[in-house]
Design a protein around this ligand. Structure first.
Ligand SMILES: [Zn+2]
Length: 566
């Protein structure tokens, strides 16, 4: 590709709308342009990168027995009604009507369609296992699309669905994908960590997220440096902490005028937050919920939702708190009726704790769970914190940030049951197919790889997904000998499979070097007077800055060898 021909309009200034590095650099490097909030055109450089990522994914999916197909973007509402998701999906779903007034959506995911496909044609256990996948646009009407390709409304995903005859066979398919995902991200040149994404039985997790480790990551993860445990913070399991050994004392009230927060109460009463009960009131679609955690902990709303099996969990309004007979800042579990109380395991082990008295300006002392209040449910509902014990080995956990680029999930029979996708087993018995789904955000992987690989000058593409491997910069385009030689190198490298751009633009070398760094070609080849006079080409690695002076005798091999080391 000649740079004079390449459509990669670079920008000198960082566009104000771009909040994260990947968004800024993709705009500046002439890779993407915005059409609407969260909806982008991928210009030629980005499209080339996306195709490389897609091909790596294809090869790894095919290697595990996956078969590619393509499903429709426009999906009929009836299928979504059958699985109950037409209503559940809410405003995130792009909905439309056809000329006859029939409801459709732009697919946010494809479980309904693929299950219907399998249902139509799979009859016998002999047709299983089956793995079908596509690489396709997906649509989610995010309330706040942001961070460029990180949280778009239209994005490219690979989604694979597995169909198996039983739980063991599903586990085999799941582990194949777990393995394939590790390979995909490694081949893309990314540092990626699989984390457990649900709090299921120890060792038997039914879901993993694949996280590209990056400071700017939206997801907080915990990991153990002693064992290989790693989990999304929202999903991390927690061991109950040590209980206090102390005889219970008599419940009493204490005046705490205008002292409301945990920190204020702790200071005012001179009591550690870990001896206090933090009570958070929520409104669900069913009832009012009080979630209790220790004063030094935070409520994990994902876990509360799962434990209570509710769809909505919003902080209760001041009025709602009044209606149940309490006051913001002085709420507690003792004596409140018509509420569902769920407590963290750690709360139930407290002795002589402090909590709000449900009276203005009052707290209670010597509160003892079970004696002074009862709960509907005790569960693990707090957020893990740095230095909490690892649920596997007990060592203190560490925190990191990551960008979720992949997610694998055991669906089991959720969709096959809802859509009656059954098969006949060896004994002629009809059974629902056991399913798994496995996604990779393709556009997000491109953005995440920039978040992990950049410096002040621009992007540093890992070689396997770089749009081109090298760029040739002649120092003077007026110098015929230089241009002739640069042309020769250009032809020879491309012929050898080293994808090379020839920067033949009528620009100063400084401009070309800046663009080369911004776009992030792994190798920069300078063709100057040295080549003509001494027979030496200068090649520089974008990542390490290493410069090699390569003799023109066998430069194609030498450059190929250099490319393997950058
Ligand atoms: Zn551990």
């Amino acid at each position: 590709m000649r740079a004079s021909h390449l459509y990669a309009p670079t920008l000198r200034e960082t566009p104000a709308e771009a909040e994260v590095v990947s968004h800024q650099l993709m705009l500046r490097a002439g890779m993407i342009r915005k059409a609407a909030g969260g909806i982008y055109t991928y210009l030629p450089l980005a499209w080339k990168i996306l195709k490389k990522i897609e091909n790596i994914i294809r090869e790894e999916m095919d290697a595990k027995g996956g078969q590619e197909l393509l499903m429709p973007i426009v999906q009929p509402a009836e299928l979504w009604t059958e699985t109950g998701r037409w209503d559940v999906y809410g405003d995130e779903m792009f909905r439309l009507k056809d000329r006859h007034g029939r409801d459709f959506c732009l697919g946010p995911t494809h479980e309904e369609i693929i299950t219907t496909v399998a249902k139509t044609d799979v009859r016998s256990y002999r047709q299983l296992p089956l793995m079908l996948y596509q690489i396709q646009n997906k649509y989610r009407d995010e309330i706040r699309p942001r961070f460029g390709l990180m949280r778009g409304r239209e994005f490219i995903m690979k989604d694979l669905y597995s169909f198996d005859r039983n739980e063991e066979a599903l586990h085999d398919s799941y582990m194949k994908m777990y393995d394939a995902y590790g390979k995909v991200f490694e081949r893309c040149g990314l540092i990626c960590r699989p984390v457990e994404a649900d709090s299921g039985a120890i060792g038997g997790s039914g879901s993993h997220e694949f996280m590209v480790i990056a400071e700017s990551g939206e997801a907080a993860i915990v990991y153990c440096s002693e064992c290989d445990y790693a989990a999304n913070v929202e999903k991390a399991e927690l061991l109950p902490l040590e209980a206090v050994e102390e005889a219970s004392k008599q419940l009493s009230a204490v005046n705490t005028p205008a002292v409301k927060t945990i920190a204020e109460v702790s200071a005012y009463l001179n009591i550690d937050p870990e001896r206090m009960i933090k009570t958070v009131a929520y409104q669900t679609e069913k009832d009012i919920v009080l979630a209790l955690v220790r004063g030094d902990h935070e409520v994990n709303e994902v876990k509360v939702k799962n434990e209570l099996n509710c769809l909505v969990l919003e902080l209760a309004s001041e009025q709602t708190v009044k209606d149940i007979g309490s006051y913001i800042g002085f709420i507690g579990p003792v004596g409140l009726k018509n509420v569902t109380i769920i407590a963290d395991n750690t709360v139930m082990r407290l002795v002589n704790a402090v909590c709000g008295a449900n009276k203005q300006d009052q707290h209670l002392l010597n509160v003892n769970p079970n004696r002074d209040f009862t709960v509907a449910k005790t569960a693990d509902i707090r957020l893990i914190q740095e230095n909490d014990p690892c649920p596997r080995c007990g060592q203190a956990v560490k925190m990191a940030r990551g960008i979720e680029v992949g997610h694998i999930f055991k669906l089991r029979t959720k969709y096959s049951t809802a859509l009656a996708a059954t098969f006949l087993d060896e004994n002629g018995k009809e059974k629902p197919m056991v399913m798994g789904c496995y996604g990779i955000g393709v556009t997000r992987t491109m953005a995440a790889s920039i978040e992990q690989n950049y410096d002040k000058d621009g992007i540093i593409w890992p070689v396997p997904i770089a749009p081109y491997h090298a760029v040739i910069v002649p120092i003077s385009i007026k110098d015929e000998a230089q241009m002739k030689f640069a042309e020769e190198v250009y032809q020879a490298l491309n012929k050898a499979g080293i994808e090379t751009v020839f920067d033949d633009r009528n620009e100063r070398p400084g401009v070309k070097f800046k663009d080369a760094d911004l776009i992030g070609y792994p190798l920069k080849i300078t063709v100057g007077p040295k080549v003509v006079n001494e027979g030496v080409i200068e090649v520089k690695s974008r990542r390490t800055g290493e410069v090699r002076h390569i003799n023109i005798e066998n430069y194609v091999e030498e450059i190929g060898a250099f490319l393997k080391k950058v």
